[in-house]
Design a protein around this ligand. Structure first.
Ligand code: HEC
Length: 134
């Protein structure tokens, strides 16, 4: 009897695999999964490109589709802003000091980032890129 139940379960599994829709594989991964390659060289040297460093070190949460973007989009909508403001790169109200303090201390669901995650020199460049309010 047990053998029949097992065979039945296996057949059901096989049938559900075979029932997957045919067609091309799903499209490319969403932006937040496309982490760019970190620039080579000394990570403690100042003057790095803020946009690239932001995408490398913050992108897996803060590019489109990332969990940071999802949470911030909800917050921005509740404040009566448009959904594009969920992306930190689109914000004009962030200051460099605020960005640096959130990154080191964390905020709500965002874990604080250590100097190994993002060095002081990298954070300076990222904060300059995001800190459009000065
Ligand atoms: C593990 C995911 C994750 C990483 C990595 C991450 N963040 Fe965040 N970040 C979040 C989340 C989630 C929030 C929203 C926190 C909340 O309000 O609960 C957030 C919020 C912020 C805010 C606050 C925005 C506001 O409206 O107050 C700033 C600024 C920020 N992140 C900057 C950065 C920067 C710069 C980096 C990279 C150095 C980074 N974050 C890396 C998840 C992340």
């Amino acid at each position: 009897m047990k053998r029949f139940i097992l065979a039945g379960a296996l057949l059901t599994c096989a049938a559900s695999v075979a029932a997957l829709p045919p067609g091309p594989p799903p499209g490319p991964p969403p932006p937040y999964q496309m982490r760019p390659v970190a620039p080579a060289g000394d990570r403690t040297k100042p003057g790095g490109d803020g946009k690239t460093l932001f995408e490398v070190h913050c992108g897996y949460c803060h590019l489109a589709g990332g969990m940071g973007t999802n949470l911030l989009t909800k917050q921005r909508l509740m404040m009566g802003e448009t959904p594009d403001k969920g992306l930190l790169a689109n914000r004009t109200d962030l200051t460099t000091d605020y960005v640096k303090s959130v990154v080191r201390m964390g905020k709500g669901a965002m874990p604080g980032q250590t100097k190994v995650d993002v060095t002081d020199a990298e954070l300076d460049a990222v904060a300059k890129y995001l800190g459009k309010a000065g």
